[in-house]
Design a protein around this ligand. Structure first.
Ligand code: ADP
Length: 501
């Protein structure tokens, strides 16, 4: 009899459930979008009940499509949008406020106050993160401040906080299990990254009562059992893992120095740093990759804000392409970008620059510049930005990156992948299964319940689909990177107080 694992991939805009067989082939997939709400500019909220309902619905859909029942599923893995913050009533299980999504900036002021009080170095040192609204702590504070008697109720032990993994587990187990894993906890600004425990000093800094926090457990272990009323069987939940860390695992980046890059709306680059927790000197974050059998593996993380969304800009903003996929062919129609360089700093620049004032810029225009050159320069800018993050990772980890494993929507663009290999002078490897996030979570669950003995079992089933080898001459590569650097510096030098005039 085949052993099936079901991975729930709870993302920012949709929930998915994917059933894998033992060989890690995809058997079926259910997917459902759900809404986000934007009560004010830069605020992003979701309804935690809608998130949960979408998950139940996609799990049922994936089972029906595969003609399987809950009894056929050996384990469930949950991977999720990270940092998104939910607070609910312990007695009723009902959320007391909207879920505050990771993208939401509504706590920028709260973070600014903490920064002015000099808290930043403490958070950096203890959590590996930066003091930013992105992470959960300030979002919990916001909710407690906006719910009637919020602080009082939290202190009385009436409220629970969870990231999405915790919320789903709590609901699926009908309130029996209140846990999070280290990879998710490491994104809250409340966990000490060295001990992997909630930190009293950090909680006190936000005045967050520790009794509302879930228990922190291994990423891959028996976490709880889904109540049989949902899918007809008590299915073990055997992995909880943040989406980017799941993709790192799903790409089998299991050794220190292994790097993956997910090319989606933005890019998320993670490097496995093994048991070493590196304090970045180059604008990257330290985070927990996973913990298995009590052994913690760390990662360095850097994100690029605008990647695939620059392709959407070509399509929807400039009307230069009809479909995202067309960008690849157009790039190949010209030999060069004809000296055009685009810095797509539409929302500032992320790692390693962390400059929120810089705006986008286009350089090197001549009378000979065409639409195609602009398309090509935009695609190339994705690779340049990732190259900057990889260079920072190399410096922090004191090593050169030999191979980059890739996934995400824009990794389907062969031109981009070849250019990335060229500009990095490293191999770029795209796996056969593009669903690396769900795959990683399923692998972690499979390890917990013993379907796989160890990671060598997983290596046997992981297949690369294509490797892009660098072919660019070294002097060309160096010259291109210099031009890119000049463009970034020039864009940052263009400062104006009034962005409208
Ligand atoms: P997310 O998970 O962030 O929603 P996806 O991994 O689904 O992102 O990727 C979607 C992004 O990839 C979109 O921004 C889209 O413009 C871009 N994209 C998709 N296909 C291509 C392509 N062939 N070339 C370049 N960009 C692409």
């Amino acid at each position: 009899m085949t052993s099936y694992i079901l991975a729930i991939d709870q993302g920012t805009s949709s929930s998915r459930a994917i059933i894998f067989d033992k060989q890690l082939n995809i058997v079926s997939l259910g997917q459902k979008e759900f809404p986000s709400y934007y009560p004010q500019p830069s605020w992003v909220e979701q309804n935690a009940d809608e998130i949960f309902a979408s998950v139940v619905s996609v799990v049922s859909e994936s089972l029906a499509k595969a003609r399987l029942s809950g009894k056929d599923i050996k384990a469930i893995a949950i991977t999720n949008q990270r940092e998104t913050t939910i607070v609910w009533d312990k007695n009723t299980g009902n959320p007391v406020y909207f879920a505050l999504v990771w993208q939401s900036r509504q706590t920028a002021d709260l973070c600014e106050i903490k920064r002015k009080k000099g808290f930043e170095p403490l958070f950096k040192r203890k959590t590996g993160l930066v003091l930013d609204p992105y992470f959960s702590a300030s979002k919990i504070r916001f909710i407690l401040d906006h719910v009637e008697n919020g602080q009082q109720r939290a202190e009385a032990g009436e409220l629970c906080f969870g990231t999405v993994d915790t919320w789903l587990t709590y609901k699926l187990t009908k309130g029996k299990t209140f846990k999070t894993d280290v990879s998710n906890a490491s994104r809250t600004l409340l966990m000490n990254i060295a001990t992997c425990e909630w930190d009293e000093e950090l909680c006190r800094a936000w005045n967050i009562p520790m009794n509302m926090l879930p228990e922190i457990v291994d990423t891959s272990t028996l976490i709880g059992e889904v109540d049989p009323s949902y899918f007809g069987a008590s299915i073990p939940i055997a992995a909880l893992v943040g989406d980017q860390q799941a993709a790192l695992f799903g790409q089998l980046c299991l050794n220190p120095g292994d790097v993956k890059n997910t090319y989606g709306t933005g890019c998320f680059l993670l490097m496995n740093t093994g048991s070493e927790k590196i304090q970045s000197k180059h604008g990257l974050l330290s985070t927990v990759a996973w913990r298995f059998k009590g052994k913690t593996v760390y990662a360095l993380e850097g994100s690029v804000f605008i990647a695939g969304s620059a392709i959407q800009w070509l399509r929807d903003g400039l009307g230069l392409i009809r479909h995202s996929e067309d960008s690849c062919q157009i790039c190949n129609e010209v030999k060069e970008s004809h000296g055009v360089i685009i810095v797509p700093a539409f929302v500032g620049l992320g790692a390693p620059y962390w400059n929120s004032n810089v705006q986008g810029a286009m350089f090197g225009l001549t009378r000979g510049t065409t639409d195609q050159h602009i398309v090509r320069a935009t695609v190339e800018s994705i690779a340049y930005q990732c190259s900057d993050v990889i260079t920072a990772m190399g410096k922090d980890a004191h090593q050169t990156i030999k191979k980059l494993k890739v996934d995400g929507g824009a990794s389907r663009n062969d031109f981009l992948m070849q250019f990335q290999a060229d500009i990095l002078n490293t191999d770029v490897v795209r796996p056969m299964i593009s669903e690396t996030t769900a795959l990683g979570a399923a692998m972690l669950a499979g390890l917990a319940i013993g379907i796989y003995k160890d990671t060598s079992d997983l290596s046997k089933v992981w297949k690369a689909s294509f490797a892009f080898k660098p072919t660019m001459k070294e002097e060309v590569r160096v010259a291109k990177l210099q031009r890119w650097q000049m463009a970034v510096q020039a864009a940052m030098a263009f400062k104006t107080d009034n962005h409208e005039i």
